[in-house]
Design a protein around this ligand. Structure first.
Ligand code: H53
Length: 838
């Protein structure tokens, strides 16, 4: 990196400066922070120092909005959304904040005047990877949209010291490295130790009567931990709103136990600190798979209790009476991870504030909304009763009480239907006993929603059928969305310029306006510009691929991309089988006309999910063979980009021609990557699953490559005793593919390596890859043909973008506000510190 030309904070003048231009002010502030926050001068400064100096410069500009917002909300006692989520996959803050402040171009200019490159500095930020995948990223898009729509809101979660692991590839296998995101400090957060709260765990309960004969329950915990809030401001797009993401860190109430120390037990003296801090130490790296670990339940309870106690504190400072809790706060449960909140709010209101049960229950039910994100049985949380009792003895009693009253209601409604009572109970009693968190969430919420139309329908028909029959009005659908600020404006600046040049900038806040692009799909000049941008983005990604994977890919080949968590239901291995099929075709017919394709994969496997890791190994193995084979290398390339993350996603989505959304129908609740691709002009090859269905409806069936069984057909095929072997017998290419893998063609002759994968497919194929193989291969033929007509492909690409407006998270959030939260925007006037009297 070039050295800055300027070394004194007072001489921050560039070559052709107006005295008070924004770039000059930025430069000045930047150098100020380099000196007085980082304590560095250019000769000693590292890239990280420069990044941090710029981050602090931007932070100063956030704080005024943040204070103004807090002031306005407090003054008005505004009704507030509390979004409870165990994950917030935020991605780097600096670039996003510059976009939302409208300072991106000024920052680039002022940095370049100092001889620094803004992109290099942005790249220095270690992203807070406090989430696994779709669910955590959705929470991040939602708080962006809440701030943009000027809705008073707080995101509540856990400040994990170690976020999602860093993925590396060693000999083609995934190897996990600890994510040390806090290593160089986090300039975006402010600790608020003054608002710390105490959380109890374990122990037992006692009952006693007061003088009036009233029974009181006392929870005697066997340990307590302190929750310390760390706040990050979340800016709206070009408005004055800065909401708060409040993440809880667990600490020991006493860092050091002197009594123990004085007895000579040095280790024991710090033990409590270690045990307490474990609660917020690490994110569980499983997506859609529950592990049933005690620490995980304790984590969930920890952040939920901290958050609800925090809401009670806020009510107190704003003089809101307790019985108005549900009027002050609309609390959304992001999946069942925070569902313990139902029992905790009951405990706080009844045990700690002596409210009568019925009133507390009425408030609780009016407070919570529950979003379900999955139909997969392995992702539905249930806690063994013994474990639950060990961690939360009082909550188990409360859940029993809720259950007893609830089941009375069920018995009254469905006289004599004990099978239904058993099915709906909050406690599973067949075999080992469990607490069913989804049932607790349903019973304790006034609204229940799925995240795409098909998913919401299947919830009603299947997983939550009984609850839907009992309370049909509680159920609704809120199709997911993603924020166009991060996923277009920040990730794809070239496209942003082109679009804004054509239709103005309104689309960034009102994504439906992208429809105005439709006529441009027929304009040859516009199409040429569009194509050139895609090409430039592909060139950028090719550079990344060359550096990270050592593979040279051709930007004029079709970039066919599948990035998401690795999971059997998402079927990365279906794509792998198809690539082998193409390879086989090319080897047997070297003159075959084929659209040159670069297959790009990315995604993490849960460390304990062996089959997912083997799928990664299969993909990297195919890459090793194919990329080296001179007979096919002009037609086929296969790369696995390590460590798919928000940062990497920002480079990948804008460079994709084809988006692979190929889950078994009925398994992917929504998907949100599918939306990011479409917005950035990729066409989709996909099944009738999740939000794919709505994307296809929007962009037009003729601009979407559909294949595969529908959810209903999958159920029928499986119900009729699905036999994958039949499909194998009927498909010569598929047989060749399986035979190549079996004979070790992709594993240097080792016929054992992929045996578990192949055996699982041939004998069970739980996700129906074989049933969909031919249909998928046929759809790919259509893709190949379509891509060769580059004018028409570009037209379809433009239409995909133009018709993706529905998938803005602004639309999703507006629907939650209207149908579930009943909350209104609050406009924030800017407050200057000169206006404030202490
Ligand atoms: O949530 C996304 C969906 C996606 C679904 C995902 C998800 C998780 O990432 C983790 C747990 C879970 O229950 C669901 O798989 O389909 O788009 C956001 O709703």
């Amino acid at each position: 990196m070039n050295q800055p030309q300027v070394v004194s904070p007072n001489s921050g003048r560039g070559p052709d400066d107006e005295p008070d231009s924004p770039t000059r002010r930025l430069r000045h502030a930047f150098l100020h922070h380099l000196f007085y926050t980082q304590g560095k001068f250019p000769a000693l400064a590292t890239k990280t120092d420069y990044y941090l100096a710029l981050a602090h410069t931007v932070r100063d500009r956030l704080l005024q909005r943040w204070i103004s917002t807090a002031n306005e909300y407090t003054k008005n006692g505004s009704r507030t959304v509390a979004y409870l989520s165990a994950e917030f996959l935020m991605g780097p803050h600096l670039g996003n904040n510059l976009i939302n402040l409208g300072l991106f171009d000024d920052a680039r200019k002022s940095m370049s005047e100092l001889g620094l490159n803004l992109d290099d500095l942005l790249y220095e930020e270690e992203e807070p990877g406090l989430g696994n995948g779709g669910l955590g990223r959705l929470a991040a898009c939602f708080i962006d949209s809440l701030a943009t729509l000027e809705i008073p809101a707080v995101g509540y979660g856990i400040r994990y010291e170690f976020g999602i692991f860093h993925q590396t590839l060693v000999d083609g296998w995934q190897v996990e490295k600890t994510d040390k995101w806090l290593r160089y400090g986090n300039p975006w957060e402010l600790a608020r130790p003054e608002w710390s709260v105490t959380v109890k765990l374990g122990g037992h309960t006692e009952r006693m009567q007061d003088n009036s004969g009233q029974l009181h329950v006392r929870w005697v915990p066997n340990r307590t931990v302190l929750g310390v809030p760390y706040d990050t401001p979340i800016l709206g797009y070009r408005n004055n709103t800065a909401n708060t993401l409040r993440l809880w860190k667990a600490e020991a109430p006493e860092a050091f136990d002197f009594a123990v120390f004085n007895r000579g037990d040095y280790q024991g003296a710090v033990n409590q600190k270690v045990v307490s801090e474990n609660l917020s130490k690490v994110l569980y790296p499983n997506d859609e798979h529950v592990e049933g670990k005690e620490l995980r339940l304790a984590q969930q309870y920890f952040f939920v209790s901290c958050s609800l106690q925090d809401m009670l504190r806020i009510m107190k400072t704003q003089h809101v009476p307790l019985h108005e809790f549900h009027e002050k706060f609309a609390v959304q449960l992001n999946d069942t991870h925070p569902a313990i909140g139902v029992a905790e709010l009951m405990r706080l209101l009844t045990d700690e504030h002596q409210m009568h049960w019925n009133q507390a229950w009425d408030i609780t039910r009016k407070t919570f909304g529950y979003t379900n994100h999955t139909l997969l049985p392995e992702a539905l949380e249930r806690w063994p009763l013994e474990l639950f009792k060990r961690v939360l003895p009082r909550h188990l009693e409360i859940i029993y009480e809720i259950n007893a009253r609830f089941l009375d209601e069920v018995r009254q409604r469905y006289f004599g239907d004990e099978a239904r009572v058993t099915r709906m109970s909050l406690i599973e009693e067949t075999g080992e006993r469990y607490v069913r968190m989804a049932h607790l969430a349903c019973v304790g919420s006034h609204a229940i929603n799925g995240v795409a139309e098909l998913h919401s329908e299947l919830l009603k028909q299947d997983v939550l059928k009984d609850f839907h029959e009992m309370w049909p009005a509680k159920f609704g659908n809120k199709t997911n969305g993603v924020t166009p600020r991060r996923w277009i404006a920040l990730a794809n600046p070239r496209l942003t310029r082109l679009i804004s040049g054509a239709i103005g900038e309104g689309w960034i806040k009102r994504l439906e306006e992208l429809r105005q692009l439709e006529p441009f799909a027929l304009d040859p000049n516009f199409r040429a510009g569009w194509r050139e941008i895609k090409r430039a983005n592909k060139r950028d990604l090719s550079d990344v691929i060359r550096k990270r994977c050592g593979v040279a890919v051709d930007p004029s080949s079709m970039f066919d991309v599948q990035v998401k968590r690795i999971h059997e239901y998402k079927r990365q291995h279906l794509s792998a089988l198809h690539i082998i099929g193409l390879y086989h075709r090319l080897k047997t017919n070297p003159n075959l006309e084929m659209t040159p394709r670069t297959f790009i994969f990315g995604g993490k496997a849960a460390p304990g999910y062996w089959m997912a890791k083997l799928i990664i190994r299969l993909i990297t193995s195919i890459g090793e063979v194919v990329n080296r084979d001179p007979a096919v290398r002009d037609k086929l390339r296969v790369v696995f980009l390590p460590n798919f993350s928000v940062t990497n996603g920002q480079r990948i989505y804008p460079a994709a021609d084809l988006s692979e959304q190929i889950s078994t129908a009925g398994k992917e609740a929504s998907g949100t990557g599918n939306m990011k691709f479409a917005m950035n002009g990729a066409l989709t090859i996909g099944t009738m699953d999740g939000a794919n269905i709505e994307i296809r409806e929007q962009v037009g069936a003729e601009n979407f490559f559909l294949f595969g069984l529908t959810a209903h057909e999958v159920a029928t095929v499986r119900g009729n005793g699905y036999r994958p072997q039949d499909y194998l017998d009927g498909n010569a290419e598929l047989r060749e593919v399986i035979s190549l893998i079996r004979h070790g063609y992709f594993s240097r002759g080792d016929g054992e390596l992929f045996r578990p994968l192949v055996d699982s497919l041939v004998n069970h194929d739980p996700y129906c890859l074989f049933a969909d193989y031919q249909s998928y291969a046929d759809a790919h033929e259509r893709v190949g043909t379509a891509y060769r007509d580059s004018e028409d492909w570009t037209r379809m690409s433009i239409l995909n973008s133009a018709r993706s407006g529905l998938f803005s998270s602004d639309r999703t959030i507006a629907e939650y506000c209207r149908d579930i939260w009943n909350v209104q925007p609050v406009q924030v006037p800017i407050l200057s510190h000169e206006d404030v009297r202490v």
